[in-house]
Design a protein around this ligand. Sequence first.
Ligand code: FAD
Length: 482
Amino acid sequence: MADRPIVVLFHRDLRTEDNPALLSASETGAPVIPLYIEDNEAAGDWVIGGASRWWLHHSLVALQKSLEALGSPLVLRAGTSVDVLKDLASSHDIAAIYMSRGYEPWVRSREEKVHEAFASNGVEVKRFQARLLLDPDHIRTKTGAIYKVYTPFWRALSAKGARPPVAAPEHLKAPDTAIESDRLENWNLLPTKPDWSGGFTPLWQPGSPGAAQRFETFLDDHLHNYDELRNRPDLPGTSRLSPHFQFGEISPAACFETVSRIHADDKKRATGAETFLKELVWREFSYHLLYHFPHLPVAPFKEQFNDFPWREDEGSLKAWQRGQTGYPIVDAGMRELYATGWMHNRVRMIVGSFLTKNLLLPWQLGEAWFWDCLVDADLASNSASWQWVSGSGADAAPYFRIFNPVSQSERYDPDGDYIRRWVPELAALSKKDIHAPWEAPQLALRQAGVELGVGYPQPIVDHKKTRQRALDAYEEIKLKAS
Ligand code: FAD
């Protein structure tokens, strides 16, 4: 066995640290073939969106460097996973396929297919746990049921703790003969016509080194007041690690371990540390839901929402997508998303509430737009969060808690600086007028060079009226369900 190579199939675990599949393969002493397959057929409706493709390109470049330094270069192949693996098995007599377990329905099905194709052919197929703190099968209520509410899930997980992370391999033995690989450039992951990624480059450094650096900076500069500032989109209060987690460039288990230690040992950062651990567990909870309820990305968790009277309104959807709703905080968020591939969590909740409640458009439309635009687009967190926002999810906010975009803006962007940054046509308005320019005195608008309906839109809907419309729609499905 020691001379027959082991394939390590990478997917959303694009790192060499705390990658149990990679470490175990290296420990056998066999040659290791690190492989990434671009299998768009298996992904089906969940082929990654444009922003994530940009990220993936750069992340693969970083992984290539790390693997080369360890001794065995990354092999890239596009095609159906089983076919690619069969091809490698016949050309290189592979002994085993190791991979990190995935939780998305299509990834689980791909793993099953690989298992079926090889298990009886003398090729060992082994799955390892790398992407989560704990495997979803290992966390159940006392009665063996599945958690559907976050707080008891958090309690159970924090009592159990995360799995212990493993070290990176010191060296990887390469196979004797070089293995043919696609050229990454030929996968066309980067946008060209037009190239909309100009705003991404200064902000992000995809890959494990970038992730480690961001984590360090966050621990040193922001963790101490994370609890206080994490809801402020105008300040750099959160970690912005989400795309690094999504592509597996940093290990959640290793982060959990580090932050748990800070929580125990460092009084000044203990509160921030606990809040951060809870956020990591929100990610985990989303995966838990997706794993046990695989329809989460497409159908409402609460069945009564099957009858919800969603509207069709292409014009309003376009205005929302382009950041032209006339509600400055909503428009700032949607423009930040388009320009940088990321949006602050508080603003995601505000724009989500606006789409599903004020515009009464189906949450799946928001989910799809985010899927295409986010560098951290994650099937579990995106679908669980959209369902949470729309009220149809497990443990969702009560439906009647409809965000008021103006008071949210006043509270979380008190000086209006976040709006000024992303909606420059309103930049000269005072902090009093910037949250609801339609209520500003004519003179203030004129002095700030703002002409509503010309340079910046009038609000496309009235909050009060549309709030009532949403509540009425909710009453309708409640009545039907009773
Ligand atoms: P931090 O505040 O630094 O949190 C640390 C980490 O905890 C994050 O990187 C993330 O992995 C996790 N986390 C934090 N909040 C949440 C949450 N509410 N749910 C799940 N995990 C969380 N997150 C994604 O990673 N991918 C998505 O596709 C996604 N879509 C979302 C859609 C909507 C409508 C909403 C309301 C939220 C969505 N989120 C998504 C969750 C959250 O907004 C982001 O994880 C967070 O903004 C990332 O920024 P950060 O890394 O600075 O977070």
